[in-house]
Every structure is written in structure tokens, then in C-alpha cells.
Write a protein that binds this ligand. Structure first.
Ligand code: ADP
Ligand code: MG
Length: 316
């Protein structure tokens, strides 16, 4: 199989855990034997570039944006040009990136998610309640606001029209990866990773941008509760029709699982990103992961090629 790693430097990618030369080197090194690897930098939304990309059997999509276009616009263009790639489809990514849809999606799989509040609703909470305002479509942890009921940052909230206000869930944070199984036919959920602040603070944010956190691969957790978490996240992955892999951030408070964020293109930096760490800890190599993603994408496109004859047979 001719496999092309597609990446780009963009306004978005210099931020923290994202694509860099080491990530690319690690991916190329991890290429499974059944694939012949090539690498291309995204060079523009042109018909010529689409023709070039179509020469490969599969694009391993690690292109998180191009110029001012984000990963979703890149995927829309790839899909539109019938270029087979490993990332989720445009439709799926649009759903997954919109945090305003989480209440609806989570209800369908029996999980919780923080309520989305208007300023007026937030004002009715008790005076010691803490809130978070964050961008509806995700923002690589940028511009998040934390505030108490009586310190509502009205001006900031007015300025940023796409802010969502949520109660701040004071609880344990986990991130849960779903990857394809060994032959790429079905998704499997890996055990959750707990993200713990290094100093016991109660207001914290996963990652390193708002102070240090560390990874706990073997969090203490009731077995039934862990199964409920993994089943719910797997169902969410399937509900969205995610291709290949996903990584979902969640918080647990008072035995409820609050989904915060579904990532359809989790970062793959071998040292810094959560998903490769989870995969490694599960006993799989990066080569296993690349192989599974390639097989799962192949499977995904095969399933969509339903011949017209059989369609009409079903209808009769
Ligand atoms: N309602 C919330 N309660 C508590 N912490 C939150 C909440 N929303 C977000 N966070 C914290 O902020 C981090 C980033 O938020 P997230 O929704 O995952 O946005 P992004 O798209 O930037 O990753 C989360 O991993 C979590 O640590
Ligand atoms: Mg997140």
C-alpha cells in the first residue's frame, strides 16, 4: 500500500503538542511492512495537489490546518476530492468539534456533560460556584476563563461570541482513547489515563499550559465504573461514526462521567501526546497503531462502496 503522511505547518500547529519534525520521523519509522511510506507537506487547496494526493492508496492525515484553514476545512477538501485518508470525515469532525452538541450526544450513550449556561442562569448559582468559559469549537486550551459567580467577566464574555459557560467540574480528570482492533474492523477502547495536577490544586487544566500535571496509567477506580466509562466512550465514538481513533477528555465527580471534549485527530507526538502514551502502555507499538489506522481506514472506505445492484435489491 502506498501510504502518504500528510502534514503541515500552520498558524495552529506551533502550539504545544502538535506536529513537528520528531513526530514525522517517529511516524515514518513506525511504518508497517505492508506500507510504502512517502511524506508531503500540504501545499494548497489546488486541483493539482488533489491529483498528486490521489496517486497514493491512503493519506495518513496528520494535517491539523493550513494557513488559516483548520483541520476540519482540510478534511472537507480531502473528502470533496475523494482522497482516501485516515482522519474522520468532514461531517463527523463538525459534530465532534462542537461542544454545544455534547448534551444531546452524551444523553444518547448514557453519559453526562457539564450543563451549558447563559450568564443569567449562571447568576442563579450559589456565590461560591466556579465556572469555566471556553470556546465552543475548541481552542487548544487557549483563552479559557475561570471565575466565581460574583466575578462574572461580562466584558470578555460579550466580546467572544462563541464562549460556552459551564459549571467548573471539580473532580478527577481522565482521557480515554479509542483505536481500531488488530484487523481494523472494529474500534476498541483503551483503559483510561488519569491526569493529576502536580500540587493538589482543585482548579487545574489537563496538559502543561496552565501548570504541570502528570499521567497516572493505573488510576484507582471501581471496576464496574471503569467499564461504564469505557463502554460509554466507545458508544460515543461509534455514534459519531469516527474513523480510526479518538481521544475523549472527561471529568468524574460524584460518580458521574462528564464528557468535556472529543478529539477526532489526537496528537501523535511520541513523547508528549496522550494517545501514543496510552497505546504504548497498552502494549502496542507505534507500528501497530499505524497499521491498525491504515487497515481501519481501508475497511471504512470498503464499507462505503456498496454497489448499486445490492442497494436496489435491499429496497425490493
Ligand atoms: N466544565 C469543566 N470543568 C472542569 N474542567 C474543565 C471543564 N471544561 C474544560 N475543563 C478543563 O480544561 C481542559 C480543556 O478543555 P477542553 O474542553 O478539553 O478544550 P480543548 O478543546 O481546548 O482541549 C480540560 O481538559 C479540563 O482540564
Ligand atoms: Mg481537550
Amino acid at each position: 500500500m502506498k501510504l502518504l503522511y500528510l502534514y503541515s505547518e500552520s498558524d495552529f500547529t506551533p502550539w504545544r503538542e502538535n506536529i513537528n519534525a520528531q513526530t514525522m520521523a517517529a511516524l515514518i519509522q513506525a511504518t508497517p511492512a505492508f506500507c510504502t511510506p512517502s511524506v508531503a507537506h500540504f501545499v494548497g487547496f489546488t486541483p493539482e495537489f488533489a491529483d498528486f494526493l490521489r496517486q497514493f492508496d491512503l493519506v495518513f492525515n496528520v494535517c491539523y490546518g493550513y494557513g488559516v484553514a483548520d483541520q476540519v476545512e482540510v478534511v472537507r477538501w480531502l473528502d470533496w476530492h475523494d482522497i482516501k485518508h485516515t482522519a474522520s470525515s468532514y461531517e463527523t469532525q463538525l459534530l465532534a468539534m462542537d461542544k454545544a452538541l455534547l448534551p444531546d450526544l452524551c444523553a444518547q450513550v448514557g453519559l453526562d456533560t457539564p450543563a451549558i449556561l447563559t450568564i443569567e442562569q449562571a447568576a442563579l448559582f450559589s456565590s461560591n460556584a466556579t465556572f469555566i468559559a471556553k470556546h465552543r469549537y475548541g481552542s487548544l486550551h487557549r483563552d479559557m476563563l475561570f471565575f466565581r459567580r460574583d466575578e462574572m467577566p461580562y466584558a470578555m464574555l460579550e466580546q467572544q461570541k462563541d464562549y460556552l459557560i459551564q459549571p467548573y467540574i471539580e473532580g478527577r480528570e481522565f482521557t480515554v482513547a479509542v483505536i481500531p482492533d488488530a484487523d481494523g474492523a472494529r474500534p476498541v477502547c483503551l483503559p483510561p489515563l488519569e491526569i493529576i495536577p502536580d500540587d493538589g490544586r482543585t482548579i487545574y487544566v489537563a496538559g502543561q499550559s496552565y501548570g504541570k500535571t502528570f499521567k497516572e496509567f493505573y488510576p484507582v477506580m471501581d471496576k464496574t465504573f471503569r467499564q461504564k466509562m469505557m463502554k460509554g466512550i466507545l458508544d460515543l465514538h461509534k455514534l459519531l461514526g469516527i474513523k480510526g481513533m479518538s481521544r475523549t477528555d472527561l471529568r468524574v465527580a460524584e460518580d458521574k462521567i462528564y464528557v468535556l471534549d472529543i478529539n477526532t485527530m489526537p496528537n501523535l507526538d511520541p513523547q508528549r501526546s496522550y494517545l501514543p502514551a496510552l497505546v504504548r502502555n497498552y502494549g502496542l507499538s507505534m507500528t501497530d497503531l499505524v497499521a491498525r489506522l491504515a487497515q481501519s481506514a481501508t475497511h471504512w472506505y470498503q464499507q462505503r462502496q456498496v454497489p448499486h445492484e445490492s442497494m436496489s435489491a435491499i429496497g425490493e
